[in-house]
Structure formats: C-alpha cells, structure tokens
Design a protein around this ligand. Structure first.
Ligand SMILES: *Cc1c(COP(=O)(O)O)cnc(C)c1O
Length: 349
C-alpha cells in the first residue's frame, strides 16, 4: 500500500523493503508471549505448528532470517567436509556470506542452469562414488522460487524425481523455499506438495509476505530437535519473540493470497519494459514477482540506468553486468507500477 508522503519514491529493489501494515502492527501489539528458549512462547509455538502443517512436515523452528534458516538447515544435515549439490546461482551458495563453508565446513558441487531448476539426471551425474578419494555427497539443495533466475518456479514433477533419486541413495534434500509462498500462489500447488518431496524446507516471512523479521525451517520432529540445538549454537535462541511470530501469523492469514497481485504487477512491468529500446525481458521467466532485465544493448548500461532512475524516484538493483532486477511487493500497488513504467519510458527511451 502507498502511504501519504511516500508516493514519489517507488522502491522495487526487493520484496524485503516493505513495512508492517496497520493490522500487522496491531497483531504484534496484542501477541501473547513467553520464553521461547524454554519453548514457552505460545505465539511462536502457534506459528511453528501452522507452518509445519502448511509444508506437510511434523515440526518447524522459528529463526531470525532466511540465511539463518538455511545455515541451520545445512549444518543440521551435513558434517564438515560434506559436499552439497546445488544450482550455480542459488542463494545458499551466492548470498549468505559464505556461511556454508565457514560455519558448516561444506563444499558445493554446482549445477549451472538457465532457469534455476535442474533435473534428476543432472543430480545423478554429480553423485560422488563411495570411494576414499572422492568427497561425499551429503545433501541436495533446491531453491523455489529461484531468486537469481528471476523468480522461476522449480516444477513439482522434477522435485519428486529428485526426491526419489535422493531417497534411493540415502541423501537428504533441502528446499530453500524463501519464496515458496509465491510458487504456491503462481501454480495453485499446495506448499505441502512441494514440501513432501524433500526432508527440510526453509521459508521467509520477510519477503513477499511483508513481515518485518523471521523465517522457519521445517522437517521431521527428530530433525527439528537437532536443528534447535544448532540454532542455539549460532546465537539464534530468542526469548519473547512472539511479537515477531504474531507478524508472521498475520502475514500468512492476510497477506499471502494477495501475492497474485504482485505477480500480475511483475507481468505488467515486464511487458512495459520490453517497449523501451535496449531493454530485453524473457517473459517465460516472469512467473512470480521478479523481473530480470537484460540491458546489454542499452547505451546507459546497468549502472547508468539505476543511477538515472534513482534520480527519478524509481529504485531497483543492478545484479551483474547488463542485468537489472526489479521486484514487486505489497507496498507498491498497480498505479505505482504504472507510474514507475511511465518514468522509465520517459527517462530511458
Ligand atoms: C532472501 C532469500 C533468503 C534469505 O535471505 P535473508 O537476507 O537472510 O533473509 C534465502 N533464500 C532465498 C532464495 C532468498 O531470496
């Protein structure tokens, strides 16, 4: 939603820039709380139960951030020296300050893909032989939706095949589902269907759902009991954090289904940007709330474009040579997107 006085700046850098809505702030103010390290915060317990249920898992654990969720998840699965098969552009590998290496002591075996999702055949080709010279494959990690590929959905059918391959080989699978909420809305597939194909899932409350803080890791009860110890080890045990969990519960109830609006806005944005000479958008990738723009042919280049548009009150990120990323979210409604497009057409054509 647009707030008075903020109409001029249209911030499409990320779906994390949103501010808690009024209803969410009321839910925060009235939350019942307790000491969560003792397991006594009723609002956190309610959120954990709710999210576990949504993901088709026995249990879930509330943590401070998506990075902490993935770090806890990976470390709980993999001992030092283990190898993790993951997509080349994935968040765990690229955007978590090297936590998998520095905290969990793992190494990656990357799969390059265009669209952010790989196949069971790709995974099978990278499983290590059980042999003393080779590192040992200890985890397969997927990302749905895939951030760097442009919010693309990892198809459920392929996730099932990968899950089966992993089970046959006794290897666990983790799903970085920071934006699984979006994948579910975009496809109409229940989050539990995606969740059932893997052993652990992380989800973020602070992306499209619009909560200020928080992520969860979900899995079997036995796995989450071990994950709770890892969370404590990382300094992630929180006390009366039910005020944060209340925001998450509110977000799931009131701000989840509306992600469809963000997806429609991303589509509108993508189609509009294609009209600007020197800007290319692959519409097949615009499946959720992220738009990646190829500006290699634009005379200003990615840096010049972001600078010029910042002056015009439209913010977004350059995420590599010739690449821009724009993300739609709850704090920019359709008229805001139309306004952003108008300013961009005027300043960049
Ligand atoms: C944002 C994001 C995370 C979590 O990042 P934080 O900044 O720690 O919240 C994890 N995975 C993906 C795919 C993300 O986009």
């Amino acid at each position: 939603m647009e707030r008075p006085g903020e109409a001029r700046m249209i911030d499409l850098r990320s779906d994390t820039v949103t501010r808690p809505s009024r209803g969410m702030r009321e839910a925060i103010a009235s939350a019942e709380v307790g000491d969560d390290v003792f397991g006594e915060d009723p609002t956190i317990n309610a959120l954990q139960e709710k999210v576990a249920g949504l993901l088709g898992k026995e249990a879930a654990l509330f943590v401070a951030s998506g990075t902490m969720a993935n770090t806890v998840a990976v470390k709980t699965h993999v001992g030092h020296g283990g190898e993790v098969i993951a997509e080349e552009g994935c968040h765990i590998f690229n955007y978590e300050s090297g936590s998998s290496a520095s905290i969990s002591g793992i190494q990656f075996r990357n799969i390059p893909t265009g669209m952010g999702h790989f196949t069971a055949v790709d995974v099978a080709a990278r499983l290590r032989p059980k042999e003393m010279h080779a590192p040992q494959t200890k985890l397969i990690a997927m990302e749905n939706t895939h951030n760097r590929a442009g919010g693309t959905v990892f198809p459920l059918e392929e996730m099932k095949k990968i899950g089966e391959l992993a089970r046959r080989n006794g290897i666990p699978v983790h799903l970085d589902g920071a934006r699984l909420w979006n994948a579910s809305i975009a496809t109409g597939v229940d989050m539990a269907e995606f969740g059932k194909t893997v052993h652990s899932v992380s989800v973020c409350l602070s992306k499209g759902l619009g909560a200020p803080v928080g992520s969860l890791v979900a899995g079997s009860k036995e796995y989450i009991d071990r994950a709770r110890v890892v969370r404590k080890m990382l300094g992630g045990g929180m006390r009366q954090a039910g005020i944060l969990a209340a925001a998450g519960l509110y977000a799931i109830e009131h701000q989840w289904e509306r992600l469809a609006e963000d997806h429609a806005n991303a589509r509108l944005l993508a189609e509009g940007l294609r009209r600007i000479p020197g800007m290319e958008v692959d519409l097949d990738r615009v499946q959720t709330n992220i738009v990646i723009v190829d500006v290699r042919e634009h005379p200003l280049g990615e840096k010049g474009i972001t600078e010029r548009m910042a002056e015009q009150g439209v913010l977004f990120l350059a995420i590599g040579p010739g690449r821009l990323r724009l993300v739609t979210h709850i704090d920019v409604s359709r008229p805001g997107i139309e306004e952003a497009l108008e300013r961009m057409e005027k300043a960049l054509s």
